[in-house]
Design a protein around this ligand. Structure first.
Ligand code: A3D
Length: 320
């Protein structure tokens, strides 16, 4: 069987990390695409030279030509600009929308059968726009955010409870922004609801609320510390887990920005929900029962996503 082909559009901080992870895991051959001349080629050479040391077989190439992504099985998109301190994800809208247009066309013309994972911010709007520009079916285009937001929530809970992160199953719904909805009612410590575990450990409800708040601002906290860009190790790791679910037909239930039609009272939006990822891409969106408070938080979050789509449509005629 031929090796799988993984195209990474954007060879910056996340793109380079994605290439390293995918190569180490021998997920397939990797093409790093960027508009910056020489940079993807340089990173590809550097990464290739990890192979003999780490003992992986993966052909890694860098390019500025979309023709080189032809036939890719998976495309992961990080092209665009990241946040700087003081910026919200939404501040990136205008510039990254134009980037999604060229990336969408590059995918449409060269690998229309790929499974496409978008990471570029503002995530929920960019994945929607990328789907529109590429013309791929909705089940083959998805946004990465829920895995990362849930991982942040799990990390903070594990630290608070002094337990292994492996035992924390955390869950975040909604848009990837300050209105995201960490859902404590579906978050467990190896099956034990977080509220019960907090009681056992003597952790107050206020403290859990603080952790929820820290999760919502988790990306901004890192931007503030890095000063020159945004998080990249955990975002790359999260997207790789989604690519693996697709390539291995794992049918994993993963929180991600999937296209929702009807469920959760949402119609025709990309928003963070639990979805089954397998060989058909997004095979199902799982609708769970939410409390009234969780429902209204989710509504605030989806309204914020909808507002961004209106802004996108105002910026690009072809999206109307
Ligand atoms: P960075 O290191 O700047 O890499 C972006 C790359 O995109 C650069 O190498 C650019 O040259 C390249 N690029 C710009 N325009 C184009 C174009 N038209 N075609 C191809 N390549 C282009 O950023 P990064 O890797 O740190 O972040 C990438 C994106 O991910 C940003 O939009 C971030 O905001 C976003 N991000 C999202 C999350 C989520 O959880 C959703 C987390 C972290 C970062």
């Amino acid at each position: 069987m031929a090796r799988k082909k993984i195209a990474l559009i954007g060879a910056g901080m996340i793109g380079g990390t994605l290439a390293h992870l995918a190569a180490k895991k021998e997920m397939g051959d990797i093409v790093l695409f960027d508009i910056a001349e020489g940079m993807p080629q340089g990173k590809a050479l550097d990464l290739s030279q990890c192979g003999p040391v780490e003992g992986f077989d993966a052909r890694i190439t860098g390019t500025n030509d979309y023709a080189d992504i032809a036939g890719a099985d998976v495309v992961i998109v990080t092209a665009g600009v990241p946040r700087k301190p003081g910026m919200s994800r939404d501040d990136l809208l205008g510039i990254n929308l134009k980037v999604m247009k060229s990336v969408g066309e590059g995918i449409k013309n060269n690998c229309p059968d790929a499974f496409v994972i978008c990471i570029t911010n503002p995530l929920d709007a960019m994945v929607w726009a990328l789907r529109e520009f590429s013309g791929l079916p909705h089940n083959k285009v998805v946004g990465m955010a829920g895995v990362l937001d849930s991982a942040r929530f799990a990390t903070f809970l594990a630290w608070e409870f002094d337990v292994s992160v492996k035992d924390v199953n955390a869950f975040v719904l909604g848009g990837h922004g300050d209105t995201m909805v960490p859902v404590t009612s579906y978050t467990t410590i190896n099956g034990i609801p977080v509220k019960d575990f907090a009681q056992i450990k003597g952790v107050s409800e206020d403290r859990i609320d603080e952790i929820v708040k820290r999760t919502r601002g988790g990306g901004g906290e890192i931007v503030g510390l890095l000063k020159t860009g945004s998080a990249f190790y955990a975002p790359a790791t999260s997207a790789i887990s989604m690519a693996e679910a697709y390539l291995g037909d794992q049918k994993r239930v993963i929180p991600c920005a999937a296209y929702v039609e009807g469920k959760y009272g949402v119609d025709g939006l990309y928003v963070g929900v639990p979805a089954v990822i397998g060989a058909d891409g997004i095979e199902d969106v799982v609708e769970i029962d939410l409390s009234d408070e969780e429902k209204s938080n989710l509504k605030v979050s989806t309204d914020a996503v909808e507002e961004l789509l209106v802004a996108c449509k105002g910026l690009d005629e072809s999206l109307k």
